[in-house]
Write a protein that binds this ligand. Structure first.
Ligand code: IPM
Ligand code: MG
Length: 357
């Protein structure tokens, strides 16, 4: 029997509610399959720990995670802790410490969920956004001088390296190659930003030579927002910088009907370290504890985790179950339903047990 060591970090807000739901679905899948299982260790890291001890995770936190096969992450952020502290105290040290340089964000319109775009339904919008996840605008480079004085200066420096851009470009071309349309769109802002972004364009052209069967085009990020809204069918796989893809993926989530169902995977493609899987939505303190958090994004990212672990059949089974439950209208209020987190989770587990695959 294949046993996977999973580190669960539910963290803040609705994180614990959706991670519990995700684990319940994973157990149902393991039972249904019979060939694999999970050994889950939960970590109580997050904002509550920060308020008590001054840090979101222990100093050797990243080290503690090293021996796991994957990390299953809820959400981090609290109304009374500044966002840059929670982000740089937990999520980014894990992403950067484990060099999870490929952030993968699939977007599709699930059955039963409505896109705000008129006449656009499932099948018209089927994208995967590949976000550079190790450098660029999130490199943390910059500083402030003369704090509080009229001459104060703040710099925020984006760092692009040939190694960093080449490897994300290869990842994106390979992913595009694995999808039926074999089509990649490379997003930059190389008209206004004439150094690092022009290097992106050059490296894209170089790497494209390695993938003669993949067709590709280029977009400036501002024009890309228009294309996403006006011609969603014209896109398939998309690669962009850390910040550009952050913004585009929110737009993608909204166009697919809800950010509440959008998943993400922080991948170390070389498999030197564990990869991390999380829903994109945040901690959502306004609905915490009400039992109505949407678990679909967590199920979807659990499917990404299963794929990464090599359990492709189980991943497929989970997504079939989720789509069936959404199509049946068993959905939480954020996507127009009246079901609770528990009702959606139970329905998905039931569908897993009954799935034909
Ligand atoms: C995301 C989020 C984060 C990001 C926030 C919470 C800092 O928006 O995963 O897209 O910008 O990376
Ligand atoms: Mg974002």
């Amino acid at each position: 029997m294949r046993e996977y060591k999973i580190a669960a970090i539910p963290a803040d807000g609705i994180g614990p509610e959706v991670i519990a739901a995700g684990l319940q679905a994973l157990v149902a899948l393991a039972r249904r399959d019979g060939g694999f299982g999970f050994d889950v260790t939960s970590f109580d890291w997050g904002s509550d720990r920060y308020k008590k001890t001054g840090t979101l995770m222990p100093e050797d936190g990243v080290e503690q995670l090293k021996t796991f096969d994957a990390i299953f992450f809820g959400a981090v952020g609290a109304p009374d802790v500044p966002d840059h502290i929670t982000l740089w105290g937990l999520r980014l040290p894990i992403c950067q410490g484990f060099d999870q340089y490929a952030n993968v964000r699939p977007t599709r319109i699930l059955p039963g969920i409505h896109s705000p775009l008129e006449g656009v339904g499932p099948g018209d919008l089927d994208w995967v956004i590949v976000r550079e996840n190790s450098e660029g605008e999130y490199a943390g480079s910059g500083g402030r001088a003369h704090k509080g004085l009229p001459e104060e200066v703040g710099t925020e420096v984006a760092i692009f390296t040939r190694v960093g851009v080449t490897r994300i470009m290869r990842y994106a071309f390979r992913l595009a190659q694995s999808r039926p349309r074999k089509f990649l769109t490379v997003v930059t802002k190389s008209n206004a930003q004439r150094h690092g972004m022009v290097m992106w364009d050059e490296i894209a052209a170089e790497v494209s030579e390695e993938f003669p069967d993949v067709s590709w085009d280029k977009m400036l990020v501002d024009a890309m927002t228009v294309r996403m809204v006006k011609q969603p069918q014209s896109l398939d796989t998309i690669v962009a910088t850390n910040l550009h893809a952050d913004i585009l993926s929110d737009l993608a989530g909204a166009l697919a009907g809800s950010l509440g169902v959008a998943p993400t995977a922080n991948i170390d493609p070389e498999r030197r370290y564990p990869s991390m899987f999380e829903p994109i939505h945040g901690s959502a303190f306004d609905i915490t504890g009400k039992g109505i958090a949407n678990p679909v994004a967590t199920f979807w990212t659990a499917a990404q985790m299963l794929d990464h672990l090599g359990e492709a059949d189980a991943a497929k089974r989970l997504m079939i179950a989720v789509e069936q439950v959404c199509a049946d209208g068993v959905m939480t209020p954020d996507v127009g339903g009246t079901a609770t987190t528990r009702q959606v989770t139970d329905a998905v587990c039931e569908a897993i047990r009954g799935a034909n695959l």
